[in-house]
Design a protein around this ligand. Structure first.
Ligand code: HEC
Length: 152
């Protein structure tokens, strides 16, 4: 029992202390001219899907949930956001060159089609990101059309 109490004490203390290691949750300012949804005049339905399912990790408009403020979950959330933005950041879409846009669009189509995006763990806490098959088809059609007509 004594050992158990000791372990509990040190665990709680450790948990309390790591709360001081804060993550940076300040979003960069949005340049509307280069933001995908505005630059491409994306139809409202598509824009809604992207904002609900992708923008938290792939834009500078991240809305952090409450659990994202508790370490060590906060570190994992922040690293997903950083990594997501590195791969694809819709907020700076029009700053990408043609080749980059093309490869990103193909990857978006692929990941939405094979259901690797949005990240499965994220869907559990974000119902709006749990895209139906019809919504996935709508998204992939939209991006395929954009790729084909070279209007990216
Ligand atoms: C919870 C955060 C999160 C959400 C939500 C999310 N992504 Fe991602 N995404 C990531 C991370 C992290 C990576 C990089 C690691 C990886 O490939 O798994 C990534 C990678 C990608 C890539 C690059 C894949 C590659 O092979 O390089 C694409 C494309 C992508 N995401 C598209 C999307 C789309 C489209 C949505 C919405 C339908 C979405 N993501 C939602 C976190 C997220």
């Amino acid at each position: 029992m004594k050992t158990f109490k000791k372990i509990l004490f040190w665990s709680l203390l450790g948990f309390a202390l790591i709360q001081f290691i804060a993550t940076d949750k300040v979003n960069k300012p949005i340049d509307h001219k280069v933001n995908f949804i505005e630059a491409k005049k994306t139809p409202e339905k598509i824009a809604g899907l992207l904002k609900g399912a992708c923008y938290d990790c792939h834009s500078n408009e991240t809305v952090y949930p409450k659990y994202a403020y508790i370490a060590p979950i906060s570190w994992s959330v922040k690293s997903h956001v950083n990594e997501g933005r590195e791969h694809l950041n819709f907020s700076i879409w029009d700053t990408y060159n043609k080749d980059l846009k093309e490869s990103m669009l193909s990857e978006v189509i692929e990941t939405v089609h094979n259901k690797t995006m949005p990240m499965p763990g994220y869907i559990v806490y974000h119902k709006e990101a749990n895209l139906s098959d019809a919504e996935r088809t709508l998204l992939t059609k939209y991006f395929e059309e954009m790729l084909k007509s070279k209007t990216y």
